[in-house]
Design a protein around this ligand. Structure first.
Ligand code: SF4
Length: 370
């Protein structure tokens, strides 16, 4: 069995920091897109462990469109474990939640980002802090088993006190999972252009590290346990779907700009909606296929797996590749252990908090081709 990611590339407004494959929904051929998406989904095996509908914003679909998609998923797939969907707090109406529950969605991921209304405005979000509690309450009272929120730090003008307030407000909610991401300035975003023109002040690296450290230590005192660099969950609420990526397992991707990893090959779908639709009418929307070499697979096994607090397993590495982890990465492991950035303990290798603070530097060390 495997997993499936489904991409809905529409949003009601474009956020100032966003570089995902998304388009303003107004005047988009949404119904035609869904026709093509269903056609693509029909080609994917029915037995799945997890499904994740992301975007864009899946809740930008109207009730009729959302029901059509969910109905198809329910009738075509058998989902053994987790069915997640992303939502924006202000778009999560009682009728949409009702549809999600009706068609088996059991995990909701809410794009909260911050509880500070000024910062939300700066981020270009459509919701306000008042929408967040209402969305969580609606989801929980409708019986959605697991509710997650995304938070962001390292935002323009943001102070450590604002990060602290966001965490306290999050902890007051009836939620099960928190993701906390640092803002990364991506080319082609409004923020990036403003930053280049000197119009955007970001917290410096020291303050950003303090924000991250504070998040880890505050959540460690709560019921939320860190299980990945940016993710914290109450017991039994870790994201099974995202763990598929971090454990370097295979999965399908469907929709414009989505990608999948099947039979040792990564494939990438065409991103612009009209091109995706045209390609699907002609057969399929795959733009590129990349056969992952054994070397690349080993690198990915290490730097994806080390993102998890449980780290990587030496025995699983040996089973997968027929060689010991030490025979491939022995020298790097010794260096990182001496620098206290990783710990090697019996079957497992995991990153220390010190390692996580410089995560990208640690991951780079596992590149075999450099
Ligand atoms: S709602 Fe999400 S996908 Fe849409 S623009 Fe904002 S961050 Fe990007």
């Amino acid at each position: 069995m495997t997993s499936l990611y489904i991409h809905i590339p529409f949003c009601n407004r474009i956020c100032t920091y966003c570089d995902f494959n998304k388009f303003l929904i107004k005047n988009q051929p949404v119904d035609e897109y869904l026709d093509c998406l269903v056609k693509e989904l029909e080609t994917i095996p029915a037995e799945l462990d997890t499904v994740f509908i992301g975007g864009g914003t899946p809740t930008s679909l109207n009730d009729r469109q959302l029901e059509r998609l969910l109905q198809f998923i329910q009738s075509h797939f058998r989902i053994a474990a987790e069915f997640s969907m992303e939502a924006n707090p202000d778009e999560l109406t009682a009728s949409k939640i009702h549809l999600m529950k009706l068609y088996g969605v059991n995990r909701l991921s809410l794009g909260v980002q911050t509880f500070d209304d000024e910062l939300l405005k700066l981020l270009g979000r459509t919701h306000q802090s008042v929408d967040i509690e209402r969305a969580v309450d609606t989801a929980k009272s409708s019986g959605i088993q697991s509710v997650s929120i995304d938070l962001m730090y390292h935002l323009p003008t943001q102070t450590l006190d604002q990060v602290k307030i966001d965490l306290e407000k999050a902890l007051e909610l009836d939620i099960d999972h928190i993701s906390s991401y640092s803002l990364i300035l991506e080319p082609k975003t409004q923020f990036y252009n403003q930053y280049r023109k000197g119009m955007l002040q970001l917290p410096d690296a020291t303050l950003a590290a303090d924000m991250y450290r504070y998040t880890i230590s505050r959540l460690a005192q709560s019921e939320f346990k860190q299980y990945e660099i940016s993710n914290f969950a109450k017991p039994g609420h870790e994201s099974l779907h995202n763990k598929v990526y971090w454990q370097n397992k295979e999965y399908y991707g469907a929709g414009a700009g989505s990608h999948g990893y099947i039979d040792g090959q990564r494939y990438y779908n065409i991103a612009p909606v009209p091109h995706y639709i045209k390609a699907m009418h002609q057969g399929d929307a795959v733009k590129e296929v990349h056969a992952v070499s054994r070397e690349e697979s080993m690198e990915e096994f290490m730097f994806l797996g080390l993102r998890l607090n449980e780290g990587v397993s030496k025995s699983i590495f040996s089973e997968r590749y027929g060689v010991t982890i030490e025979s491939i990465f022995g020298e790097v492991l010794q260096q990182l252990e001496a620098a206290r950035q990783i710990v090697v303990a019996e079957d497992r290798i995991y990153m220390t908090e010190e390692g996580r603070m410089v995560g990208n530097d640690v991951f780079e060390k596992f590149l075999l081709s450099v």
